[in-house]
Design a protein around this ligand. Structure first.
Ligand code: ZN
Ligand code: CA
Length: 458
């Protein structure tokens, strides 16, 4: 297939093989965009208008006195499998985003000297939303139990039908198990984003094993899939856009000949020599297809481009102080609204339960917890840690207060305490090793739905 003419209209088929030994993987943003362009060719006109205006302003948009803050919601679409990733894994991803977009990532020290003067502190921060679209408190991690979106598709986008928060207020990030490429194509899509000038349900879709660097995250990625996708969401192209003819609209990123040219940080590889001065490929750039561990920098022009789009509709409302208040990222002078969660809700007698205050809107100065059945039935700590000794189900209540007033929040039967380990005796057991229990007729396997072993006869 001759890709040249296709490149000329900003299409990049990203699904080239790294090598026969390496897994095929790619970012789906360009494919997704091409599919939308096919449906609505006038998008190209809008894109070009933005690009022209951005180019004209490129040098006037530089560093700022204050950083932009963007409220984020992670919609975790799951069926109670490993894709239901922990809050810690999501916080680890936020750490990566905040480091990468503020030039605080440790591996910036590895950036080759040819590029150090081009690396930019992009001054963009990401914070979990604390108020949801209905005005209720949230911890910014919205867990949705549904099989509809666990294996999502770039064409039909079922996850965006399932749940979507206003793009003028939140960066939506959908966490899924897998993403089928556009148009029935093959290959593994790690994530894809919506460019700022598109009308689609907006945000980033990403596989759970590309979120952060802990939990289910792939060790080689280091959370850089989302750094890359959020770059697209803020208007950045790939550094290999248009190949050597240079189409990423950023003059300070050396042109790169194509996808996966720089997958494993190839020393001083130089795939295009038409740049002046002729620099090696900047595989450290977050918008290349190098491995996460190779990536360490955005450039000054990329910062300008992202800041330009943060000044345009629809992105510009996200970073306003009124939106930061509306989404709870910044508290205001009102009574706090209550919410809490716990690190676990079903425990054995004697186990410790850690509660977390998730109140929002106004910062509490006084916390009054009612924790019947626990070692501290009344606690004034912000995040109390208690022990439940007696089996049963227990209500939890929290009243939060500041100078403007107070509010209470409670949940009946929030904590379930079971007998301690050792007190629960199994009635029978089968180790499945001494003989084949299936051929003896002792057990049946009810598959495929609700698979389980069930006891038939002795
Ligand atoms: Zn990409
Ligand atoms: Ca070059």
């Amino acid at each position: 297939m001759n890709l040249r003419p296709i490149y000329k209209v900003f299409i990049l088929a990203c699904s080239l093989m790294l090598s026969p030994l390496m897994a095929q993987h790619h970012c789906g943003t360009d494919e997704f965009y091409q599919e939308q362009l096919n449906l609505n060719p006038s998008l190209k006109v809008i894109e070009n208008q933005y690009n022209e205006e951005c180019k004209a302003q490129m040098n006037s948009v530089q560093s700022r006195a204050s950083i932009y803050t963007i409220p984020v919601v992670f919609h975790v679409i799951h069926t109670n499998g490993p894709e239901n990733i922990s809050r810690e894994q999501i916080l680890d991803q936020l750490r990566v985003l905040n480091e990468d977009f503020n030039k605080k990532n440790a591996n910036i020290a590895n950036l080759r000297s040819a590029f150090t003067s081009r690396a930019a502190d992009c001054q963009i921060a990401f914070e979990l939303a604390k108020v949801d679209p209905n005005g209720n408190c949230t911890d910014g991690v919205n867990r949705i139990y549904s099989s509809a979106g666990v294996e999502t598709s770039m064409t039909s986008e079922p996850v965006k039908q399932l749940i979507y928060w206003d793009k003028n207020k939140y960066l939506n990030i959908w966490v899924v198990s897998s993403i089928a490429p556009s148009g029935g194509g093959s290959g593994t899509v790690l994530g894809y984003a919506v460019f700022p000038w598109m009308n689609n349900r907006d945000g980033v879709v990403v596989r759970h094993d590309r979120v952060g660097s802990i939990g289910t995250a792939a060790s080689t990625d280091g959370g850089r899939t989302l750094t890359h996708e959020v770059g697209h969401w803020l208007g950045l192209y790939h550094t290999f856009q248009d190949g050597c003819t240079g189409g990423d609209q950023c003059d300070d990123t050396p042109p790169v000949n194509g996808t996966f040219t720089n997958a494993s940080c190839p020393a001083n590889g130089n795939s295009c020599s038409n740049d002046s001065p002729d620099l090696p490929d900047m595989w450290e750039n977050f918008m290349d297809y190098s491995d996460g561990k190779c990536m360490s920098a955005f450039t000054t022009n990329q910062r300008s481009r992202m800041h330009y789009f943060l000044g345009q509709t629809p992105r510009k409302n996200l970073v306003t102080s009124s939106n930061l208040t509306a989404t709870g990222v910044v508290n205001s002078n009102v009574a706090p609204k209550g919410l809490f969660n716990a690190d676990k809700r079903v425990v054995c007698a004697g186990d410790v339960v850690q509660f977390y205050d998730l109140s929002c809107k106004g910062g509490p100065t006084v916390w009054s917890w009612s924790l019947p059945g626990s070692s501290s039935p009344n606690s004034s700590q912000k995040d109390p840690k208690v022990i439940y000794q007696t089996p049963g189900t227990y209500k939890v209540s929290l009243t939060v207060q500041n100078n403007y007033g107070s509010n209470s929040y409670s949940q009946d039967a929030y904590i379930t305490v079971l007998k301690a380990n050792g007190d629960n005796q199994a009635q029978w057991e089968e180790n499945f090793e001494s003989s084949d229990p299936f051929s003896s007729g002792a057990f049946a396997h009810s598959s495929p739905a609700g698979s389980q072993f069930s006891y038939l006869s002795t």
